[in-house]
Unconditional design. Structure first.
Length: 56
């Protein structure tokens, strides 16, 4: 198990398939206080298109 301390910038990358479970408060912002093209709302994160749900 890995914990990212509050306020620590992170952008994990995996060369092989990786499954994760992220447990965080609903108020947690997707990209912290940085607004960019990567920023997504909670609704956008939860309601992905079927193409985005395909694994493998």
């Amino acid at each position: 198990m890995h914990f990212v301390p509050r306020g620590t910038p992170h952008n994990p990358v995996a060369d092989d398939e990786c499954w994760i479970v992220s447990i965080e408060p609903l108020q947690t912002k997707h990209t912290g206080d940085v607004e960019s093209s990567l920023t997504k709302t909670i609704e956008e994160q939860l309601h992905r298109s079927p193409e985005e749900r395909v694994i493998g």
